[in-house]
Design a protein around this ligand. Sequence first.
Ligand code: NAD
Length: 245
Amino acid sequence: MGRLDGKTVVLTAAAQGIGRATAELFAKEGARVIATDINVDKLKELDAIPGIETHVLDVTKNADVESFASKIDRIDILFNCAGYVANGTILDCEEKDWDFSFDINVKSMYRMCRQFIPKMISQNAGSVINMSSVASSIKGAANRFVYGVTKAAVIGFTKSLAVDFVKHNIRANSICPGTVETPSLDERLASLPNPEQARKDFIARQKMGRFGTAEEIAHLVLYLASDESAFITGQEFVIDGGWSL
Ligand code: NAD
């Protein structure tokens, strides 16, 4: 028996990294998984996995989110995973950079929740998990200005959602990972002047002396998605190998 038997899950940014690991774990746990992303080729790889169906979805396009949601009747779990890590301080962050990060990291969740919360209300059940980061209101991280601001906003967004819909049996929680080994992390490291040293520096931030794995994060998402966490709402969950200690 799976922990998500009979549940329908929608995930954003499911083609790689944490979103993908979560889609795969949820399918193993018996869910009907609707995995979405903009990366058509990588998303296709998930089609071979029993229990997973895929839809191309750009979370920055309101009309696309609306049309996608109109095709889905029931949803038990929504994992808003899409996000972008912008590098730099406030002085590097032009208005277009601010708008881009807020659009993908926060407004995407607004768009998804506006579509899917009404369905959860009509079912009188639902669990929303939003992707924040330890680089947020939890910890100031160097050169992560707009990223940290958006991820702090996600924590506030989630608490607001939780309090407004608690009487409809809808829960909302956010997760706050430290640095996790994913394809985009590799790209970020590779783009720095000294990738080897940057990798060492990033690892050194986490007191356990290693990066997290996407699978470790997926298990936290599973807990928050499943009925095992039925008494938890509005909380942010740090999973960071001790970075914030
Ligand atoms: P990733 O960055 O490697 O992959 C992100 C995925 O998002 C890609 O498949 C990409 O195609 C997709 N995507 C990009 N723009 C999109 C859009 N407009 N619409 C839909 N999908 C889009 O994955 P990751 O590193 O696991 O990051 C996933 C989330 O986890 C992000 O919100 C990130 O901020 C957060 N996070 C990551 C880390 C980390 O160290 N990797 C730490 C804390 C939080």
